[in-house]
Design a protein around this ligand. Structure first.
Ligand code: ADP
Ligand code: MG
Length: 317
């Protein structure tokens, strides 16, 4: 059973008291004054998401970053967080660095830590985040329309490439590895981009499980398909030489942990998107378009379609 079948079968119920329940990057709740509260939770588990010897400062950063990324994907302004920790022991040196990493990023985004839970157990880090968005303005997975262009922010696949290097599947030069390792350990949540895309994008998601898997969620929720141009994918100079090999294609199309945004916008808003890109000095790349026919075709220059065996990270497949 896949992770998403599991969620659908056992944990998806009607939530008539919510504007939006299970199935998007955050739930939406009406809170008055014309605003909605966006709420989401994300857990990092030792051995699954990071190794026991991971740098605690970077882990503090990433624990919050992955949650901020879900606020970005909703176009929500992050405001408050809860932090739940299970730890085998209270290691003060570790806690100092972890909390420094966490609060450095929280302060950058004006996020207040307002509670949580602490217990002894296998190392497990869980944040619940809350943000605000004007009523009806959230960027949802179900808003894509046929004819929309598909865009991604930043570069794809560097985090997965760093992991491939660590696993001996590719050999990167030292400076290339350093750049990719930064993408893996210190992702930049695209909060300002999410806010700027309100009123511009029709739909959005953050890329945590790989482009195809996450774009697939937009397509499924919007009941549409997409045509993606492989040669348009934004990749770093470290990844580009590997694109001819399956491991390189896998990193670009299905690599996890990018925390970039994938969004769709009508062709008429292309200038607005390009303007946001210039203002933020953040590459935004059009990689294809939304089509009425379901499925996602990734085409290379000669018109042939790439068949990806595996389309992203799934915890239970
Ligand atoms: P993301 O990658 O954006 O954090 P996930 O892929 O983890 O989202 O989850 C997909 C959707 O399923 C989200 O709306 C999430 O809130 C919901 N979800 C995940 N696990 C559970 C659960 N155990 N119970 C209820 N909802 C869940
Ligand atoms: Mg998400």
């Amino acid at each position: 059973m896949s992770e998403f079948d599991l969620i659908r079968r056992y944990f998806t119920r009607a939530a008539p008291g919510a504007v939006l329940g299970v199935g998007d990057d955050a739930a939406l709740l009406r809170i008055g004054n014309g605003m909605e509260l966006a709420v989401s939770t994300d857990m990092l588990v030792c051995g699954t998401h990071f190794l026991p010897d991971a740098d605690p400062f970077l882990l503090g950063h990433k624990t919050l970053a992955v949650n901020l990324s879900d606020m970005a994907a909703m176009g929500a302004q992050p405001r408050w967080a809860l932090l739940s920790l299970a730890m085998p022991e209270a290691d003060e040196a570790w806690l100092r660095k972890f909390s420094d990493g966490f609060f450095a990023l929280a302060e950058q985004h004006g996020v207040e830590l307002i509670g949580g839970d602490t217990t002894r157990g296998p190392l497990n880090l869980c944040v619940t985040i809350m943000g605000e968005v004007p009523q009806g303005a959230a960027l949802r997975r179900d808003g894509a329309q046929a004819g929309d262009e598909v865009w991604v922010s930043g570069m794809l696949g560097d985090a997965a490439l760093a992991l491939a290097h660590l696993q001996g599947q590719v050999a990167l030069a030292a400076d290339e590895f350093a750049a990719c390792a930064a993408a893996l350990h210190r992702p930049t949540p695209r909060v300002a981009l999410g806010l700027a895309l309100r009123g511009v994008a029709h739909s959005a998601i953050d890329i945590s499980d790989g482009l195809l898997a996450d774009l697939g969620h937009i397509l499924e929720c919007s009941k549409l398909g997409a045509e993606i141009r492989f040669d348009a994918l934004p990749v770093s100079s470290a990844l580009r030489p590997h694109l001819a090999r399956p491991i390189g294609r896998h990193c670009a199309l299905a690599g996890g942990d990018d925390y970039e945004l994938c969004f769709t916008a009508p062709v008429e808003r292309r200038d607005a998107v390009e303007d946001i890109s210039r203002r933020m000095s953040l590459p935004l790349t059009c990689i294809g378009s939304i089509v009425a026919e379901s499925g996602c075709a990734v085409r290379v220059a000669d018109g042939s379609v790439i068949n990806m065996g595996e389309s992203g990270y799934d915890h239970f497949r």
